[in-house]
Every structure is written in C-alpha cells, then in structure tokens.
Design a protein around this ligand. Structure first.
Ligand code: ARG
Length: 465
C-alpha cells in the first residue's frame, strides 16, 4: 500500500482525484450514515424507479435492470434482517447501499448512478420520507380527533367553568371545551396536508445541479414514485429544503396546540382544581412522596414543544446563508427534521391513547362554577332584555356580585327581594337565567356552548372526517 492507495472504500469512490486519506475525525465529522440510514427504504425505492427509467430509455440494459432489482431485493432482506453492515467509511445511506449492491451484482450496480447525483438522490429521499411521515401524522391526527369527539359527545352537556385570565368567566360544557381542541387540530391537519403538496415533487433528474446529458424521462420517475410532478428547476431541486422548514413550522404549531392542551390537563389534574382524572398508565408516582400522582405525559408534551420550535429555527438558519446550489450544510437538515417527525408522531400516538383515559369530575366543575359567579353575564343580559342599557346592567350586577360575595353565596342563592334591590326590573323569572343549565341552553347558535349545539358540532365534525 503506498500513500495514494485509498485507506477506505469511501475514498475509493472518488479516489482518482485524491492523494491522501481522510483522518478518522474528518470521516466522522462528514459522515451521515448514523442518522440517514433511516431513509433506506426511500433510497431504494428512488433507486429502483431511476434504474427502471434508465432501462426504458435504453441507457442501461435489460440485464442490468434485472441485476439491480435482484440485488436490491437482497439488500432489502439484509437490512430488514439486521444483517446489513453500515459503514462509516461509506459516508451515507446512499453510498452504503450502492456499494453493497455492486458487491452483490457487479457492473450493473456501478451503472445505477448514471445520470444521477447524490444531490438529487438525497433530496428525493427526504421528500419521500417526509411524505410517508406526513401520511402517518395525518392518520394519527384522525385517530386523536375521533377519540376526542367520542369524549366530547359523552360530555356534551357537562357544565364546567369557562375561563378568561384564568378567572371563572361563564359556564360552558366540557364537550364544548374539547371541541375547541378539535378545531385547533383540524387546522393542524390542513397545514400538514398542504405541506404534503409542495413536498410531493420529484428532484431526481437535476443530477448534481445542472441536469444530465442522458435522455432521461423525469415524468416517468415521478409517476413511479407517486410524485405529483417534477421540480421545475434543477438548481432549486437539489438545494432548497423549504418543504422541510414548512413541515417543522406545521409541527411547531401542532406542538404549540398540544402544549396548551397539556397545560390545561396539568391544571385540571391538580387536586385544588380536580376537573379530570387521567388513567394511571399516563401518570407516574414520586420516589419520595407516596401520595403523588403526576401528569407526566402532558408535562412532557409541553416540554418537548421546545425542541420542535428549536428544529424550526435550526432549519431556517441552516438555509438562510446558502448560495445555490447544493452545499454540504444541507446534510444537517436530517437530524432536526427526523426529531420533529418523531416528537410529533409520539405525541399524537400517546395523546390518541390518553383521550379515552380522561374522565370528567363534574362535581368539582360545578363547585368551581358556583364559586365564580359564572352566570353574572346572564343576569346582565336579562336586565338588558327588560330594557336596561347594557352598561347600567353591568354595574347593577357588579354590585349584586359584591353582595353575594359578602354573604358567601352564589347569585341564584340570593333571595328574590335582595336581587330586586339591585334593579326594579328583576322579576320572578330571574332564576331561570341564573341557573347554569339556563345559561348554557341560551347560547344556542353555531359555535355556542349550548349542549344541542355541541352535539350538532360533533355530528358535523364526524361528517367532515
Ligand atoms: N449525505 C449527503 C446529504 O445528506 C448526501 C449528498 C451528498 N452530496 C455531496 N455532494 N456531498 O446531503
């Protein structure tokens, strides 16, 4: 072995041009196989579609494509069996698979890379990977939403306090509250479906950056891989990762929503509030305090939101300084993207499971309503219906609430003559609006909290799904 002999198979790939081997540190620094091997299925799918096109176009022979397909079948079997040896020397998933194919089938394996570059190859792999991930996320979102609608239906008429400023505001139903969560995630699903459209375009054919001299058929490859079309410009095709950034933006918004839900669950679980129980399998105990039951799952979802925001910032920053076309910077897109995929996927899976494990504690919800004078607005509206201007009604009811607070009772517990002392417009019918049920039933329009409205909102939501 003299000094120009490549020390590793990786260098063999481009050995002709090089006069000395890479140090181990540089090898480790530049390699991506540890994390990009998770795209092996997409890499092979892309390669097979490319090879099929090469054969159809007469660029490689029928014997070559047969060899490539046979070899790839074996590579797939080896990877699935855990028998594939991933090598850092071969830098990334693409070179590892290509090298193994060549070992298995010889020259046909060496012809696979005709008219292709790792630049358009990796861009294709990521898009295929992300498309699969989005489909899985959409299916999980649907599962979560369907479980949420079941719970909302069970609790369609369960009164609880609605809050503003975390102060008791007005009565709502628990079902109505859950439908707010549903709406948040409906928009999340729309966003992911939208990202999917722009992700679903084929970069292959762009080759390194300028296209290729072979008579390729990009439309054929696009159709083979289920892409909606081809990336129209070769420089853009290999370089931009805006679709991954968009994905992380959608993921960040989704996590923001799940973090808000989590925050509510944590609050509702605290014994001082006690609005819900969460099944034990989603909670943990304390190593020192025997009485504790901690809502770890929602707390972690809230905590993990931060890393997804981080990944969005990472990718935006990764992209912003890059001149056209491909730069190795882009290899850094994968770990943040994969972690965003994993975090969203795990969070959705665990929340979908957890929703049926949530039980309402209606007695505590009602206690909180009673202590919060939740029907004060209803009393004001009542006075307005009797002719009082709203601002005057607001003031009269404010005085009534102060009095009730002094007496330590809720508004409907004040005797009629006391209520009348705040406004001569108060009549015997006042108690019907002061009850929680009356208050709920009167908010009877689309988007309102009346139990009937909640039930029809659930029906509409089910229909749309
Ligand atoms: N591992 C590389 C990446 O993730 C593949 C593309 C390499 N291309 C190159 N010209 N070095 O982006």
């Amino acid at each position: 072995m003299n000094s120009t002999t490549p020390s590793s198979p990786s260098q063999y790939t481009w050995a002709g041009r090089f006069s000395e081997p890479m140090s181990d540190l540089v090898k480790r620094y530049t390699a991506s196989v540890d994390f990009d091997q998770r795209m092996w299925r997409q890499d092979i799918r892309g390669s097979l579609a490319h090879a099929k096109m090469l054969a159809r176009q007469g660029i490689i022979s029928a014997a070559d494509i047969a060899d490539i397909e046979r070899g790839m079948a074996q590579v797939i079997a080896e990877i699935e069996a855990g028998a594939f040896e991933w090598s850092l020397d071969l830098e990334d998933v693409h070179l590892n698979i290509e090298k193994r194919l060549t070992t298995l089938v010889g020259d046909a394996g060496k012809r696979l890379h005709t008219g292709r570059s790792r630049n358009d190859q990796v861009a294709t792999d990521i898009r295929l990977y992300l498309r699969d991930a989005i489909d899985a996320i959409l299916a999980l979102l649907k599962q979560f939403q369907s479980n949420l609608l079941d719970l909302a239906e069970r609790e369609a008429a369960t009164p609880m306090p609605g809050f503003t400023h975390l102060q008791v505001a007005q009565p709502i139903t628990f079902g109505h509250h859950l439908l707010a969560w549903f709406e948040m995630t409906r928009r999340d699903a729309e966003r992911f479906a939208d990202v999917r459209k722009r992700t679903n375009r084929l970069p292959l054919g762009a080759a390194a950056l300028a296209g290729t001299t072979y008579p390729i058929d990009r439309e054929f490859v696009a159709a083979e891989l289920g892409f909606e079309g081809v990336c129209e410009n070769s420089l853009d095709a290999v370089s931009d990762r805006d679709f991954a950034i968009e994905f992380c933006a959608a993921a960040a918004l989704l996590m923001m929503h799940f973090s808000r839900m989590s925050e509510e669950l944590v609050l509702w679980m605290t014994p001082r509030i006690g609005f819900v129980r969460i099944a034990d399998r989603f909670c943990t105990g304390s190593s020192i305090m025997p009485q504790k039951k901690n809502p770890d799952v929602p707390e972690l979802a809230r905590g993990k939101t931060g890393r997804v925001y981080g990944h969005l910032t990472t990718l935006l920053t990764l992209m912003k300084g890059q001149p056209l076309a491909y730069n190795k910077d882009n290899q850094e897109d994968k770990e943040p993207l994969f972690d965003a995929v994993d975090t969203v996927t795990d969070t959705l899976r665990i929340f979908a499971d957890m929703i049926p494990g949530i039980t309402a504690r209606p007695e505590n919800m009602r206690d909180a309503l009673r202590q919060g004078f939740a029907t004060a607005t209803d009393l004001a509206d009542y006075l307005v219906r009797k002719g009082l201007p709203f601002r005057d009604a607001h003031e009269a009811v404010g005085i009534a609430v102060r009095r009730a607070e002094e007496l330590g009772v809720d508004l409907p517990e004040l005797p009629l003559d006391v209520l009348k002392s705040f406004s001569p417009l108060v009549g015997d019918d006042v108690f019907s609006v002061l009850t929680v049920e009356g208050s709920l039933a009167s908010r009877n329009h689309i988007g309102g909290t009346a139990p009937d409205q909640v039930r029809s909102a659930i029906a509409r939501a089910r229909q749309r799904m």
